[in-house]
Design a protein around this ligand. Sequence first.
Ligand code: ATP
Ligand code: MG
Length: 183
Amino acid sequence: MNKGLVLLFTGTGKGKTTAALGTALRAAGHGKSSLVIQFLKGRHPSGEREALKGRPVKIEIVVLPHIEGEGGTARFSILEESDISETVRQEARKAWEFARKKTLSGAYDLVVLDEVTHLIKLGLVSCNEVMELLEERPQDMDIILTGRDAPAELISRADLVTEMCEVKHYFQQGIKAKRGLDW
Ligand code: ATP
Ligand code: MG
């Protein structure tokens, strides 16, 4: 059996989610199936989901829960625990249970828990719960965790950690999220 690996993409620079998606695309090319769970994103469409619609690529993307109205895309990174409504809190718990069930189902070669560090930071899921899922998952499954401010425990547990370091971002020129580059 091929040992599954834990990859963690963290840091403040751009490229964490897209690196995870790129890896899922690469896996699909080898006939492997991936599940990408995007936590806490806005409701508007994203290029990655549009690209897969109706195409027989073995990548499933699920967005859970949406947080439009509480900020939308990228807002999650500046949200604080007190900004989270009880409804979103409950939805986030359901999302986590869904992610857990799917990860344990054995139906995927790769699972991406996108922005999972924000679930931890916002007190929606404990770091222990994530650590437990890493232990309980099928041992040949690869798993990618993404998000800023990864806790030390996850960094220590992961087999690979890449920190995206922001050297420059067009956001500083006032250029906001750009279609095709950011969503
Ligand atoms: P991407 O989804 O493009 O790979 P990411 O996952 O590394 O980026 P996140 O921290 O999840 O980035 O932020 C979500 C969105 O915010 C991204 O679309 C990204 O372009 C944008 N973003 C990332 N870094 C910055 C920054 N330093 N300032 C403003 N916006 C940023
Ligand atoms: Mg991201």
